[in-house]
Design a protein around this ligand. Structure first.
Ligand code: PLP
Length: 454
């Protein structure tokens, strides 16, 4: 299907009044030409001026179509609600279709991304006394998957331009007990997998890719999730392929993937023998049905998000006030779970991020920060350091060092400067919508001297 047809047909319901107006206008902001655009002159809407966009309605998220609704009805009527009732049910079928889409040999579906990650930790035999290196700038599910196995999540600081794990920081945190690295493809963009895989190889570590935000992104010819030993995805409602709560593990090693199946099936293997420790994390057939029904069109939405993101980034290219997430060499595409930028207040008359966001919202474009604090600032660190099992399995010196090293200045800076646009929704809009976003930013910038009056 041609992208244009798709945009019109699938998203016509979501096209906003504002975007039609913008499409009709010839005044698309170009940097260096800011003062020439009508929208950008005058008074900030927050101070009584005319807003750039009136009542913006973004394409709705989650994505729903009749095919998905019919799939749920069909599953309800079939009476096959649990994956073990049928080898041709929606979950086993989803697993084989997802493998094809991702270019992986095997998929094991789970009830969430957190469950997928925890299954991998268990399946790799990682437990008390072991350490896993990951990022403090992620969903709590990443950390939960490690502490659920009573292993130690060792966080490494970020590359402040890409918001991703800094490979040098990862290497610095390796100890004799490190068993794995769990890199996050944050915002759905590839992290520096070339360096991370090289470090893993050098130190004989396993790699579990947290691709929970990164469906279909590509790096150096490989789909994210297929580069490390195992890759995990989330299908929670906000994610770019969604079923409410759901997850999946992909991989090419049959033995390891069978182990993942066994772990998530309360330790019971495909032949019915109960052989290991495992929770019950099976995906149900309703989740399988709604996922299967959206896989085909998910690719089109992925292409549209990439197109719109590239357009926004091209418009912001020479603008120093908002700097889009840095993409590593080898990035071919990203999932664009979120479209993110660093806010540089020195280019906005030193206005705080909140002042900027308030002014932008009044112009009709809502953006926000993302994770307010790195996960090293949450109380779980105290909790595990005081737990008997951690005090038994790790030396007092190691736990003391762990506590002392809970400072991540680059992560703190990223949390403070982050400005994000939801990608499922806004990034499924039209080019006119993208122009509206840029116009609102440029208007606030052009009138930045008014920001300190807010
Ligand atoms: C969403 C998410 C998870 C957890 O997935 P759930 O399905 O919510 O359990 C883990 N890591 C990252 C980076 C995520 O965005």
């Amino acid at each position: 299907m041609k992208k244009n047809n798709f945009t019109r047909r699938q998203f016509i319901a979501g096209v906003s009044v504002g975007s039609i107006a913008a499409a009709a206008s010839t005044s698309i902001p170009v940097l260096g030409n800011i003062s020439h655009s009508l929208n950008e002159s005058g008074k900030l809407a927050l101070l009584g001026g005319e807003p750039v966009v009136k009542s913006k309605i973004w394409p709705a998220w989650p994505y729903v179509d009749e095919k998905m609704v019919e799939a749920i009805i069909k599953t309800t009527r079939s009476g096959i609600w649990c994956r073990i009732q049928s080898s041709t049910g929606t979950v086993p079928t989803f697993e084989s279709e997802y493998s094809k889409l991702m270019g992986a040999k095997f998929t094991v579906a789970t009830g969430s991304g957190t469950q997928a990650l925890h299954t991998c930790v268990e399946a790799l035999g990682i437990g008390p006394g072991d350490e896993v290196i990951t990022s403090p700038y992620t969903d709590m599910g990443t950390i939960a998957s490690i502490i659920s196995s009573r292993a130690l999540p060792v966080m490494a600081d970020l590359d402040p331009e890409s918001f991703q794990l800094d490979p040098n920081e990862v290497e610095r945190r390796i100890t004799e007990n490190t068993k794995a690295i769990m890199p996050i493809h944050i915002m759905g963009q590839p992290c520096n997998m070339e360096r991370i895989m090289a470090i893993a190889k050098k130190h004989n570590l396993r790699v579990i890719e947290d691709a929970c935000q990164a469906h279909l992104g590509e790096y150096q010819g490989k789909i994210l999730g297929t580069i490390g030993d195992l890759g995990c995805f989330s299908f929670q409602t906000t994610k770019t392929i969604a079923c409410g709560e759901g997850g999946a593990i992909i991989g090419n090693n049959e033995e390891l993937m069978d182990k993942c199946y066994t772990v998530q099936n309360h330790g019971t293997n495909r032949k019915g023998r109960s052989e290991t420790i495992g929770p019950k994390y099976r995906m149900n057939e309703f989740e399988g049905a709604i996922l299967l029904a959206q896989l085909e069109s998910a690719k089109e939405r992925f292409l549209l998000r990439n197109k719109n993101a590239a357009y926004l980034s091209s418009k912001l290219k020479n603008f120093p006030g908002l700097v889009p997430q840095k993409l590593y060499e080898g990035t071919q595409s990203g999932s664009f779970y979120l479209y993110t930028m660093s806010y540089k207040k020195e280019h906005f008359n030193n206005a705080t991020r909140n002042q900027f966001l308030k002014a932008l919202a009044a112009e009709g474009i809502s953006m926000s920060g993302y994770i307010p604090n790195g996960l090293h600032k949450e109380p779980w660190t105290d909790h595990i350091l005081n737990l008997k099992v951690y005090q038994k399995m790790y030396s007092p010196a190691r736990l003391q060092q762990y506590r002392e090293e809970l400072t991540y200045p680059k992560c703190d800076q990223v949390c403070e400067d982050m400005v994000m646009l939801w990608a499922s929704g806004p990034l499924l809009g039209t080019q006119g919508d993208m122009d509206d976003i840029i116009s609102a930013i440029m208007k606030v910038h052009a009138n930045r001297d008014q920001l300190n009056r807010l």
